[in-house]
Design a protein around this ligand. Structure first.
Ligand code: FAD
Length: 510
């Protein structure tokens, strides 16, 4: 089924327990601030219904029904490129939607690990995951994925936490019909706009933590779930908000992340995709993170396109675009955006088949490299954009000043830039830069899709050390490179060249 935007919005009036700025939200869809998240999430339902985009966003499932293309498992590089195209298209609409992105990666990670568990343990998790996939396809549901626990003392394992044992989600009761879970997940994107959530562990577990090894799906209005939205970047949603925070106001940028508390929530067995098999927690985390970096890198690509674009616009409006040091900075911003983009694309082309499954995921080393490159350089990029823009990136007057007849003529006259550029354009560009480089973006670039240490771990674990060492051994003439598939098959210099060279004379200086 493909839902219309209207059907999707109606489905959110589901009595969920959600709070924003200290107040219970009666209806997320009409809430003045969370409504922005829904507006942005609606694009997920707009595109499949638009004939121009239908081929990209809609696919047939095995029963021949039209379903959201993201609910079909990726099996080839082309499937991943299609996903990439979907993510890039939605994010380029201006902040874009994240609905589906976390959830579909959680769904595929659940399937990959279900394949492995069924193969090794004789369980029947694949049936459950596939029945749930059908449920999502049939209802065309919006789904998010919750991995990050609140974690308490980071140096202690889940069961060793001292204040209480609920810093990581755990199973507190196993009943005939299902399980009861308790704990809290934090920073979960797109929650206000999602219908359901898949919950996964965020770390590897030992046997003593087996109650924390649990993957399940639930509707967000289930009894016992309380959702607390993060602080929206602005308090009103009016013309002023759209002027002062063009990105945040339009897309809900910054207000979609939520704390989701599970206080003894019942989950029926058919929605439980892992329960107690602690040896597989790590697999879920790795499979999810590797799949999810594809989305992350697409989001980052569009943000960097916008950052390079707005830096270039303010340079032009300020009349400095031809100065050498400005061009150097703009060139760096363009290279940075392109590097993240092409490594992301390469990760689809060089995709990897998941062990024990026919699902492919983006190349783990490529995709983590792209995310790390993005996150590690983001503050540097912001620094350059701020340097190019000048102090007005911080001190720019507001919409109120712009629309007040007493101050407007003064701003028109004194805040103009290059002749021929309307002052309003200059101010709009600077407001976008200020919004785009706010704390949310800076923190999000570091921690969204996992902190820097996580990518280093993935790259270290997946890097082709055999190839790197073979390169060094071959050059240093240390045996052990001959069987390497790349370096071992390369030719040596033709012997006729060496045999014609004269021997070095004694005392000859190189
Ligand atoms: C905008 C945004 C959106 C997000 N969306 C989602 C989402 O949709 N779903 C989801 O599940 N998560 C989401 N996240 C969470 C994100 O994945 C986490 O923020 C990230 O993994 C870091 O976890 P943390 O915030 O708990 O920080 P911490 O884990 O507290 O990390 C802080 C620092 O402590 C270090 N550290 C922590 N534990 C250890 C340890 N044991 N040993 C050594 N060093 C350690 C880290 O490496 C890091 O340097 C989002 C985050 C942001 C900012």
């Amino acid at each position: 089924m493909i839902r219309t935007v209207e059907q999707y919005i109606e489905s959110l009036s589901d009595e969920r327990q959600i709070y924003c700025l200290g107040e219970r939200v009666r209806d997320v869809a009409t809430h003045p601030l969370l409504g922005n998240v829904i507006r942005s999430a609606s694009m997920d339902y707009f595109f499949p219904n638009d004939p121009k985009y239908r081929d990209l966003f809609v696919a047939k499932n095995e029963d021949g029904d039209d379903v959201n293309a993201l609910f079909i498992s990726p099996k080839t590089p082309e499937d991943l490129l299609k996903r990439r195209n979907i993510f890039l298209t939605t994010w380029r609409t201006g902040g874009g939607t994240q609905l589906h992105c976390m959830g579909i990666d959680a769904l595929e990670a659940s399937r990959i690990v279900a394949d492995r568990m069924d193969g090794r343990l004789g369980t029947h998790y694949v049936e459950r995951v596939e029945a749930y996939r059908k449920h999502l396809q049939k209802g065309d549901l919006g789904i998010t994925g919750a991995m990050t626990d609140v974690k308490g003392d980071r140096s202690l394992r889940p069961s060793k936490q001292e204040t209480h044992k609920d810093y990581y989600i755990r199973v507190v009761d196993r009943q005939k019909e299902g399980i009861v879970v308790r704990g809290a997940k934090m920073h979960i994107s797109s929650t206000p706009g999602a219908n359901e959530v898949i919950v996964m562990p965020c770390r590897a577990h030992g046997e003593e933590d087996k109650d924390y090894a649990v993957v399940f799906a639930t509707a967000l209005n289930a009894q016992g779930i309380t959702i607390i939205a993060s602080e929206p970047p602005m308090r009103e949603r009016d013309d002023a908000a759209f002027w002062d925070y063009p990105l945040s106001a339009a897309s809900g940028h910054g207000s979609s992340e939520c704390l989701i508390v599970f206080e003894d929530v019942f989950v029926p067995w058919d929605r439980v995709f892992l329960c107690g098999e602690w040896e597989f927690s790590r697999d879920v985390t790795y499979a999810f993170a590797t799949l999810h970096r594809l989305f992350g890198v697409c989001r980052m690509t569009t943000e960097l396109e916008m950052l390079a674009g707005v830096a270039s616009l303010v340079a032009e409006y300020n009349g400095i675009e031809k100065f050498a040091h400005i061009r150097d900075k703009l060139a760096w911003l363009a290279m940075y955006a392109e590097a993240v983009n092409v490594i992301g694309k390469a990760s689809c082309l060089d995709c990897e088949k998941q062990k024990g499954s026919d699902i492919v995921s983006p190349n783990m080393v490529h995709t983590n490299t792209a995310k790390y490159l993005f996150a590690d350089n983001y503050h540097q990029a912001v620094k350059m954009a701020h340097d190019i823009c000048g102090g007005i990136a911080d001190t720019i007057p507001t919409y109120g000043d712009w629309t007040n007849p007493a101050t407007r003529p003064l701003l028109e006259k004194y805040l103009g830039g290059k002749a021929g550029v309307p002052t309003e354009y200059r101010l709009r560009a600077v407001r976008l830069l200020k919004d785009l480089t706010n704390t949310h973006s800076q923190v999000g670039s570091i921690h969204g899709e996992g902190s820097l240490a996580a990518q280093r771990m993935f790259v270290y674990a997946g890097a082709d050390w055999g190839k790197f060492k073979a390169a060094a051994k071959r050059a240093a003439r240390i045996p052990g490179w001959e069987k390497d598939p790349i370096y071992g098959s390369l030719p040596n210099y033709p012997s006729c060249i060496s045999s014609k060279m004269k021997p070095l004379e004694k005392g000859y200086k190189l």
